[in-house]
Design a protein around this ligand. Structure first.
Ligand code: IPD
Ligand code: CA
Ligand code: CA
Length: 267
């Protein structure tokens, strides 16, 4: 398709900045919080931010497709899909823990073309266009050059399902013994961007959704990192598991994760 991905990114940045301002402004107000599951939250700010993003996208590109966390998918007439997480880190947001972001990734004909992750608290905006590198507030970023797992700082996330939490606790346990340490920050999109700019050497998670990883996985790859499934086979944003690293510690982490995934359940 003959469309300039930089034009799409400009609209994505506009939408993410507007939504970020709304989220930031509402963060200490008495917004309504509802439960989508036992511990899976949605706030009225998630819904308002998503509405704002979708209306900005449709104002510029009424023919584009949408895949958004809270409203699901909307058809379009061209093969361009906006994959939107209005607040990644909703649990943090609901508890006024200042680690959350807006994430927007764009696919053209099924391939990631552009992405933005905007953190309104630290005022950091991570961007990438396929083939053109990754940026933080307009400056080029790169993954870390650390190649030793014992000197690596890692991050993971726990999704909302009990079996996945139990399984990831096993992986967490194994990785804590091999790496310098492991964090759990509560926003997969920011976790990926922190790998992209070298703050973390690697990130893994078991049970993700496309809107968690669409922007961040392109940003990691454009910063020189690797994004695969745990066994190093190709990952798409529709896979539930994700291993994203600086490339140098990928093999070592992959071996530990795949081994620990195969432990019998009663260990
Ligand atoms: C969640 C966050 C969290 C990750 C979960 C996601 P949400 O997204 O990214 O870090 O561990 O798997 O569902 O619900 O805050 O948009
Ligand atoms: Ca999310
Ligand atoms: Ca969300």
């Amino acid at each position: 398709m003959n469309i300039d991905a930089n034009r799409l990114l400009a609209v994505a940045e506009e939408a993410a900045t507007e939504a970020g301002a709304l989220i930031f402004q509402k963060r200490k107000t008495a917004f309504k919080v509802s439960k989508k599951g036992k511990v899976n939250l949605v706030t009225e700010v998630d819904l308002a931010a998503e509405e704002l993003i979708v209306s900005t996208v449709h104002r510029h590109f009424p023919e584009h497709q949408i895949l958004a966390e809270e409203r699901g998918s909307a058809e379009g007439t061209v093969p361009i899909k906006w994959v939107i997480d209005p607040i990644d880190g909703t649990t943090n947001y609901a508890h006024d823990y200042p680690f959350f972001c807006v994430s927007i990734g764009i696919e053209i004909e099924g391939a990631l073309a552009a992405g933005v992750v905007h953190d309104p608290v630290s005022r950091e905006t991570f961007t990438a266009v396929s083939g053109e590198g990754a940026y933080l507030n307009g400056k080029p970023i790169q993954v870390s050059s650390e190649s030793s797992l014992v000197d690596s700082l890692l991050v993971t996330g726990f999704s909302y399902g009990t079996p996945e939490i139990q399984k990831n606790l096993r992986l967490f346990n194994e990785m804590m013994m091999e790496a310098r340490s492991v964090r759990r920050d509560g926003s997969a999109a920011l976790d990926l961007c922190y790998v992209a700019c070298g703050r973390y050497e690697g990130f893994w998670e078991l049970s993700l959704q496309p809107w968690d990883v669409a922007a961040g996985s392109l940003i990691v790859q454009e910063a020189g990192g690797m994004v695969t499934r745990f066994d190093q086979t190709n990952a798409t944003i529709y896979d539930r598991e994700c291993l994203a690293t600086n490339g140098k510690v990928h093999q070592a982490i992959s071996e530990i994760l795949t081994r620990a995934c195969n432990f019998p359940d009663d260990l």
